[in-house]
Design a binder for this molecule. Structure first.
Ligand SMILES: *[C@@H]1O[C@H](CO)[C@@H](O)[C@H](O)[C@H]1NC(C)=O
Ligand SMILES: *[C@@H]1O[C@H](CO)[C@@H](O)[C@H](O)[C@H]1NC(C)=O
Ligand SMILES: *[C@@H]1O[C@H](CO)[C@@H](O)[C@H](O)[C@H]1NC(C)=O
Length: 402
């Protein structure tokens, strides 16, 4: 009676209840049964193939410049004949040690990765077809129940060709784009990885990414900061006591919005327009507070909901999906950033991500006293740990471990 275990259970139940109430609003209108566990793998893959073919149709219809299309493969080919199309034969990859080459030679990963699927969505990919397809899928990675006007007006502001790409051509030796993705794990405390992290062409950070005071361990460079509006604002509250009082801001930082909710589209639109959020949960919030005074479309990227859905289905299809928390399940922000980098860069190093010996480290690198890693009901950290280990062992990326 009154044991800590009992209290913890009560707390978990309350948290669960709160989440259910919050999410009830999103789901009650158009509830659909989660796909049954018995559904064959083949069927799932077919669904994904179809979706991808549809994206290509969008691209073709809009006469996107060939330069952009070529990045994704041969869009002039009929989708049904694309089965054996191999994007790795593209001349555009100048990097001889690209992870794409390694993925290709791995029988399992070769089927998992699809480098043709666009990682970002912007104006030209927002078509009626896209809308009709995504409005059938519930949030976080669909648009069911969300107003067309809000989604359309946000995505259509991303009309600059710069917003269609995450990384541009850069001049590393051998033409390789080298990226570091920095999670916030306690493993980085005392790691002295700062210099190595900063030596990458691009550095991805996310959520409570504190660098001040931790430069030696986590570096200073930030090229991309990834978040959902919810995780960004929660981080500003939860980690303020450790010094996370402001999101990373600088002229050349780009912001990667993970679409999960109407809030992300409203904030994105307001940020580009430089106006307070007009409605909803973040009403009157000033985006400049988070993204600085210099806002223009090129500074903001929006992950394609289809891409995030593909990541979830192919890489992190957790058992949680089949539980009562199924509707809450999302890969962690860190996982989404790391997988985005793996679909974007030639070489990827992951720092501060969960490892087998996570119990040796604090939850975050900036905590002053060791705190155990928090396992939220809506994430599957052990599944993520397994994926990172597999990718590391397969030579696809380098996972920092100690
Ligand atoms: C693209 O596909 C078309 C039709 O199948 C083919 O004729 C063309 O050679 C392909 N182009 C490239 C660059 O593979
Ligand atoms: C993008 O749209 C805005 C607003 O409609 C317009 O002012 C701007 O010129 C457009 N930019 C490009 C590159 O088309
Ligand atoms: C971080 O590392 C220092 C030095 O190794 C150690 O004293 C401290 O307890 C660590 N902090 C946490 C939260 O584990």
């Amino acid at each position: 009676m009154g044991s800590p275990r009992w209290k913890r259970l009560c707390l978990l139940f309350l948290i669960g209840l709160t989440f259910s109430i919050i999410f009830y609003g999103h789901y009650y209108a158009t509830d659909s049964a989660p796909s049954p566990r018995t559904e064959s793998r083949l069927l799932q893959e077919e669904t994904l193939e179809l979706t991808q073919a549809e994206i290509f149709r969008d691209v073709r219809k809009n006469n996107l410049p060939m330069k952009i299309i070529r990045k994704w493969g041969n869009a002039t080919q009929e989708p049904s004949k694309r089965g054996d199309y191999n994007p790795l034969k593209e001349k555009s990859s100048l990097c001889p040690q690209s992870l794409k080459t390694k993925v290709k030679t791995d029988p399992t990963l070769g089927k998992q990765f699809d480098f043709n699927i666009p990682t970002l969505i912007w104006k030209q990919l927002f078509t009626l077809e896209t809308w009709n397809r995504l409005k059938e899928r519930s949030v976080p990675y669909g648009w069911r129940g969300l107003p067309y006007e809000v989604i359309a007006s946000a995505v259509q502001l991303l009309n600059d060709s710069v917003t269609s790409r995450l990384v541009g051509k850069i001049g590393s030796p051998g033409g390789c784009v080298r990226c570091a993705v920095v999670g916030n794990g306690g493993i980085l405390n005392g790691s002295h990885q700062g210099k190595e992290i900063d030596a990458h062409d691009f550095v991805f950070r996310l959520n409570g990414a504190i660098t001040k005071g931790f430069e030696n361990d986590v570096g200073t460079k930030t090229s991309f900061y990834g978040f959902t509006v919810n995780t960004m604002k929660n981080s500003l509250v939860a980690y303020a006591e450790y010094g996370f009082t402001q999101t990373p801001q600088a002229k050349d930082i780009q912001y990667i919005f993970i679409p999960s909710d109407i809030r992300d589209y409203l904030m994105l639109k307001s940020a580009i327009l430089g106006v307070p959020v007009p409605e909803g949960y973040d009403k009157s919030d000033n985006p400049q507070k988070y993204f600085g005074p210099e806002a223009f479309a090129g500074k903001f990227k929006l992950l394609h909901p289809e891409f995030v859905h593909y990541l979830k289905e192919r890489f992190l299809k957790s058992e949680i999906i089949n539980t009562e928390f199924g509707n809450l399940y999302m890969p962690s922000t860190g996982a989404l950033m790391l997988l985005t980098a793996l679909h974007t860069c030639d070489q990827v190093s992951a720092y501060g991500f969960i490892t087998d010996n996570y119990k040796m480290f604090s939850d975050h690198y900036y905590e002053r006293e060791k705190k155990p890693l928090v396992f939220y009901a809506n994430h599957d950290m052990l599944l993520e740990a397994d994926l990172w280990k597999r990718l590391h062992q397969g030579g696809i990326m380098k996972l920092y471990q100690r």
